[in-house]
Design a protein around this ligand. Structure first.
Ligand code: NAI
Ligand code: NM2
Length: 538
């Protein structure tokens, strides 16, 4: 397998290097070109039936077997507790191979015109659209969320790739006139090999949100999914390869903290983009600081949603449900502190509880299901622990908050719980202060705009916030004064790829999506041109 070097002149150092890497890898291992799972196998699978035995790493344009099987971890299907696959973490040698593979692809990809990159990316977006149902199904089996949501996630993923494909051809610098005919111009250049480290709540979508802007700018990427959701990132790698990216442009290494650490420290890595918890985000920043590598941190939140008494109540209730119960509540930007103006609190609670109780929980592969299983047994226990603690601290459970055992026998080992609404909450309670990452809404009354703004901002997080009101001036005034990276007015948790997404305060920095993200995956070179004589002081 020497395809990368074929037909190239050995005089070109860039191509020669790619050729050499490929030869080295050929000696190490042969990439597997067959798909991780044939579409027909996925299509015929149902909850509890799928097992993935194939290797889940991807570099040099194909799936790669782990060097050894030691430290393999079982990955469970959340809806059944059935073993879906084993996640075998990559060690230093494998991480190095993936990074080298990315680097050799970067040398080719970065020299292509933006329009050429756009064409390949549009093809990748098309293939995702074509395979949308199979990818969504795998996402459900690995993550536990409902198929209806997973389909939206996959749509958002191809839209993101399509959006940045559109931008790849527009990357341009500035021309600046200087005295005496001299001038300068700027070039927007890629960074090199970027690392993406993902969380388990939106496995495929996170990989797309990170890779699309990175690739559009001419970078390569090594992506490490969460060890709990190792399956769909490799499907994205296969799709990019099928679309025609240079071999090694988008790579997947499996692993947990140790593998992530190796990636952050690798000298050929130019940037790290991370989605996950605040404590891990701090570690990523520390490690990247050692190599002066830029980082994007998309961390947790405890976002406020403020509902004024003049709101259109039905929409406000729907907004509160969207703010709390997507992906079983495992969403970083969820509006989990729901502040409701005192006068409408009883009516709001009545409606919100009625609708929460009606959420169909169960087999996430069924179209009618609206809430699936939480990611793992320990995470379910942790979420239930928050509810016990809330009760001890004086909160009242209005509905849910219990383990849920579906009647279907195959789901009885799944990690389900009933969505929970907590009333009688106060700002100092653990459930109001800490990120629960489960389907738990804390409702808090308020009396004035000034008071609610002060309370809403009284947190170290700042990912998102929301306000429901019919008063246009108040809506914008509140949005201006909320300390959050995204403020929703009269809706919640919509995330079109055209709009930037990211945090204030300890929820992180840098942005994903939108035009601005180009700046986080590129660097600006200034070229200064003299047209006359050098005016020397010496
Ligand atoms: N902002 C968000 O979207 C998310 C926030 N969270 C929050 O984090 C909590 C824990 O979830 P986890 O998945 O365990 O989050 P985590 O922050 O531990 O892990 C996220 C990713 O970072 C990797 N990682 C962990 N330690 C690392 C290290 N030292 N160096 C490099 N990479 C490392 C993990 O393998 C995973 O891929 C959740 O309960 C929730 O509160 C979790 C997932 C997503
Ligand atoms: C897609 N959206 C906006 C609901 C959530 C994305 C952020 C995350 O990774 O939790």
């Amino acid at each position: 397998m020497i395809s990368q070097g074929e037909g190239k002149t050995e005089k070109d150092p860039v191509q020669l290097r790619c050729f050499t890497y490929t030869l080295i890898f050929t000696k190490m291992a042969q990439p597997l070109r067959t798909p991780v799972l044939p579409a027909a196998v996925i299509r015929s699978a149902s909850t509890g039936t799928l097992e993935v035995k194939e290797p889940l790493n991807f570099w040099c344009g194909g799936r790669m077997k782990p060097k050894d099987e030691k430290n393999a971890e079982r990955v469970y299907e959340p809806a059944t507790g059935h073993v879906l696959c084993e996640m075998v973490p990559c060690g230093a040698e494998e991480v190095d191979q993936a990074v080298q593979s990315a680097h050799s692809a970067y040398l080719k990809w970065s020299k292509m015109a933006g329009m050429e990159r756009a064409r390949v990316m549009l093809e990748a977006a098309r293939i995702i659209r074509e395979q949308r149902d199979e990818i969504a199904k795998m996402e459900v089996i690995n993550n536990g969320k409902s198929i209806t949501e997973a389909r939206v996630d996959i749509d958002v993923a191809w839209q993101c790739i399509e959006y940045y494909a559109g931008m790849a051809g527009t990357l341009a610098g500035q021309h600046i006139q200087l005295p005496g005919g001299a001038f300068a111009y700027t070039r927007r250049e890629p960074l090199g090999v970027c690392v993406g480290i993902g969380a388990w709540n939106y496995p495929f979508q996170i990989a797309a949100w990170k890779s699309a802007p990175a690739l559009a700018c001419g970078n390569a990427m090594v992506f490490k999914p969460s060890p709990m959701t190792p399956v769909t990132a490799v499907m994205l790698a296969e799709i990019y390869a099928q679309a025609g990216v240079p071999e090694g442009l988008f790579n997947v290494v499996q692993g947990a903290a140790e593998t992530g650490t190796l990636l952050c420290h690798h000298p050929l890595v130019a940037k790290v983009s991370f989605t996950g918890s605040v404590p891990t985000g701090k570690k990523i920043m520390e490690m990247s600081a050692k190599g002066v590598k830029p980082v994007t941190l998309e961390l947790g939140g405890k976002s406020p949603l403020i509902i004024f008494k003049d709101s259109e109540l039905d929409n406000a209730v729907k907004g509160a449900l969207m703010a709390n119960f997507l992906s079983q509540g495992e969403v970083c930007c969820n509006g989990t502190r729901v502040f409701v103006e005192r006068e409408i609190l009883p009516k709001f609670l009545e409606e919100v509880v009625k609708r929460t109780k009606a959420i169909p929980i169960g087999d996430p592969l069924l179209d009618g299901t609206r809430m699936g299983a939480l990611i793992s047994r320990p995470h379910l226990d942790r979420v239930l622990g928050f509810i016990s603690q809330a009760k001890k601290e004086g909160a009242r459970v209005l509905c849910g908050g219990e383990p849920f055992v579906p009647t279907d026998p195959k789901l009885q080992g799944g990690y389900f719980m009933s969505p929970c609404v907590l009333d009688n909450c106060t700002d100092d309670m653990t459930c109001v202060k800490e990120e629960i990452f489960g389907p738990v809404m804390s409702v808090l009354p308020f009396d004035t705009e000034e008071e609610v703004l002060q309370r809403a901002n009284n947190t170290t997080f700042g990912l998102a916030a929301g306000v429901f009101t019919r008063d246009v001036a108040r809506a914008h005034r509140v949005a201006e004064n909320l300390q959050a990276g995204t403020c929703f007015i009269n809706n919640y948790n919509i995330s079109p790829v055209e709009v930037p997404f990211g945090g204030y305060k300890m929820s992180g920095f840098g942005r994903e999506n939108g035009q601005v993200t180009i700046e986080y995956y590129s660097q600006l070179k200034t070229v200064v041109v003299e047209m006359g004589e050098v005016d020397s002081l010496f």
